[in-house]
Design a binder for this molecule. Structure first.
Ligand code: G3H
Ligand code: ZN
Length: 283
């Protein structure tokens, strides 16, 4: 069933667990994630980045996400990941997304508040939830790149002002993770998560969560992270499934045969993440 981001994340916030938000680009990926959610009886967030929308088209992504949500009993959110363009956010709302992210992190605090409020005014009027981002998360997510030297951790006082002035439903915070594959082991600022959670008392989002050790993720969840974005780790699982299959069957030309092990590998990766996040049995 399709639900809003607010509904899902408020439950996670109250009961101290996190919901996985997994990036989708095609039918096999949507199916892998939904099958994992059903097997784990877990709520789930299907999210499309701007790169994903460019690849598949907003109509296809929206149709796939809504169909998947309608066909399953587990709660599903269809979410726009890192929306940076007001018109595109509106397009996603028009196509039935139940949640959107407006990523105004490239602006200063006042600019970020302004663009977030512009989106919230429309989104909330039609029952769509909004995630914003404060601070700058390093690394590359599709075409958005933030150099390591430009990454900025979220300031708790700014976060408080941001939430008071926007009434945003969830907030992505920069606490030491980065998008993409890590060079070394990421060091999370757990104290910052704890302080921000205490000051804001609302659902918090962790981006760039692939490659973060399981124990660090569990600790972040115990301190108040309620939505965990995963893209890279699922790409790795999918690609590994294809490579292993083609290594064993170099002459196979059937996309169904080639993609089935990739889908299975991705499904297992999603199930493992759901277990770490504590969302199993929460559907
Ligand atoms: O918005 C999406 C995520 O933050 C994904 O990050 O590719 O490092 O898992 P990741
Ligand atoms: Zn992200």
């Amino acid at each position: 069933m399709l639900v809003t981001g607010k509904e899902l994340l408020q439950d996670a916030h109250k009961n101290n667990y996190a919901v996985g938000a997994f990036n989708v680009n095609n039918m096999e990926i949507v199916q892998a994630i939904i099958e994992a959610a059903e097997e784990m009886n877990s709520p789930v967030i299907l999210q499309a980045s701007q790169g994903g929308l460019k690849y598949a088209g907003v109509e296809y992504i929206a149709a796939l996400g809504k169909l998947a949500a309608e066909k399953t009993k587990v709660p599903v959110v269809l979410h726009l990941d890192h929306g940076t363009d007001f018109d595109q956010v509106m397009l996603c709302i028009r196509h039935g997304f139940s949640s959107v992210m407006i990523d105004g992190s490239k602006f200063d605090l006042n600019g970020n508040i302004a663009i977030t409020n512009k989106v919230i005014e429309v989104a909330h009027a039609v029952g769509v939830s909004v995630e914003a981002e404060l601070g700058k998360i390093g690394g590359t997510e599709d075409h958005i790149t933030v150099d390591e030297k430009d990454a900025v951790f979220t300031d708790p006082n700014e976060a408080k002002r941001f939430v008071e002035e926007t009434n945003v439903d969830s907030l992505a915070i920069a606490v030491g993770t980065a998008h993409g594959v890590y060079k070394g082991e990421p060091k999370l600022d757990f104290d910052r998560i704890k302080i921000i959670k205490e000051m804001l008392n609302m659902p918090l989002v962790l981006h760039g969560s692939s490659g973060v050790p399981d124990e660090a993720i569990k600790k972040a969840v115990s301190l108040g992270i309620n939505k965990i974005n995963i893209d890279t780790d699922l790409r790795i699982a999918f690609a590994k499934g294809i490579k292993e299959f083609l290594k064993k069957n170099p002459d196979n030309i059937d996309p169904r045969k080639i993609l089935t092990p990739a889908k299975e590998a991705m499904k297992e990766a999603v199930k493992a993440k759901m277990t770490i996040f504590g969302s199993v049995g929460r559907a």
